[in-house]
Design a protein around this ligand. Structure first.
Ligand code: GDP
Ligand code: ZN
Length: 373
């Protein structure tokens, strides 16, 4: 059966937005891949189309964030036969994941849009970190998507570990769905599949080694294999649909899986980090002394809250380490940016060398023609 638009996430919101702007012959489509030169769009019926962005869309975009991103619904003008299809407009996004580009520029970069559910994978063991969970939840809330937290590898842990993790998550975020699973034995996967309905777009995030690939594979079914080749920037193996960042799952549901999404925990910037402790910062304003270190100082409102049992000891300790965490985060970001810049320089050098080689070859093949004329 061919794919319909609703199989790939189309709904009334997009239908109305499309009707309001579409000219005759325009088609709705969902952006599944972005390359340096063009965009691939999935159409009603499952046909894939390569399209370019209209000049007007380029010019009108005040920032890169207003250009098409993977997950976007767009209006396409197919033009006359033989014309290059053109993306005329982006339909208003329901949700949007973005990051500030690391390094000097403060430009916003959109990594994925119209994601309904973000699946955060962790375990009830060493990966479990309430602080990190809090950051994920803040980012997800900001994007507009709903969080689902998978406590994976339950075949390896005691019930008490699991219960602790669950009650901690309940405290952090009463509204988040928490599902204990084992990607290895398949336990709990049914529960997860109930959420992965046709037309629902999801993405999977979490630390490396926590079981994301194993889970994604079980969602994709057996016909999907992961290749052994390792992606340069993420260091991860990628599945065979490497070029396709948006994949339709066999049992329904749409998976957005790109390097940007996989690195989501790296996006956390200083601002987000501080923001997830906004309540404690506010509480700190009630301390007796303005320069309270929240240690042994008299009249410390934060320590009082711990004593009264309104604030967990753990979160309190994390708050005390906030500045240290921020320092580490900035260090990590700098290092990463340096690696990226180094890789770009190397790539440019290779390109320049290839260009020189080609000129050389041309000169040898056409000794009478001189360059520069
Ligand atoms: P990723 O880095 O998050 O993609 O993690 P992988 O899917 O590559 O899994 C890392 C390791 O954990 C692999 O050796 C998996 O076989 C193992 N693993 C994944 N899920 C489970 C699970 O539910 N139980 C156990 N015992 N091992 C698991
Ligand atoms: Zn204090």
């Amino acid at each position: 059966m061919p794919l319909t638009l609703s199989d790939i996430g189309w709904n009334d919101h997009f239908e109305q937005a499309f009707r309001a702007i579409a000219k005759e012959g325009w088609l709705p489509g969902r952006l599944i891949r972005e390359t340096k030169i063009n965009f691939s769009v999935l159409l009603d019926g499952g046909e894939e189309l390569d399209a370019v962005v209209s000049g007007k869309l380029w010019h009108d975009a005040a920032t890169d964030a207003e250009l098409p991103a993977v997950g976007d619904w767009v209006a396409i003008d197919p033009g006359k036969p033989g014309d290059e299809p053109v993306i005329r407009a982006i339909l208003p996004r329901l949700t949007q994941f973005s990051r500030k580009e690391p390094g000097k520029s403060s430009a916003e970069q959109v990594i994925g849009t119209n994601v309904d559910i973000v699946i955060v994978v962790t375990d009830p063991g060493p990966d479990f970190n309430p602080r990190r969970m809090e950051r994920y939840l803040t980012l997800i809330r900001k994007s507009g998507a709903s969080p689902v937290i998978l406590l994976n590898k339950i075949d390896c842990y005691d019930k008490s570990d699991l219960d602790n993790a669950i009650s901690c998550l309940r405290e952090l975020s009463p509204e988040a769905t928490v599902i204990p699973v084992s990607a290895l034995t398949g336990k709990g996967i049914k529960e997860l599949l109930k959420l992965v309905k046709p037309g629902v777009t999801l993405t999977v995030v979490g630390s490396s080694g926590v079981g994301k690939s194993t889970l994604v594979n079980s969602l994709l079914g057996e016909e999907w294999l992961w290749t052994g080749d390792v992606n340069k920037t993420t260091g991860k193996g990628r599945h065979t649909t490497v070029a396709r960042e948006l994949v339709i799952l066999p049992k329904g549901g749409i998976l957005i899986d790109n390097p940007g999404m996989r690195e989501i925990q790296m996006w956390t910037d200083e601002h987000t980090l501080r923001e997830s402790f906004a309540d404690l910062t506010e509480l700190a304003g009630l301390c007796k002394f303005a320069d309270c270190s929240h240690g042994n100082d008299a009249g410390c409102a934060i320590r009082d809250a711990v004593h009264r049992g309104e604030l967990s000891e753990e979160r309190y300790l994390h708050f005390l380490n906030l500045e240290e965490e921020i320092r580490k985060l900035i260090q990590r970001q700098k290092k990463r940016q340096m690696n990226i810049e180094r890789a770009q320089k190397r790539e440019k050098k290779v390109q320049a060398r290839n260009y020189e080689d080609r000129l050389d070859l041309e000169r040898r093949q056409n000794p009478n023609r001189r360059s520069g004329h």
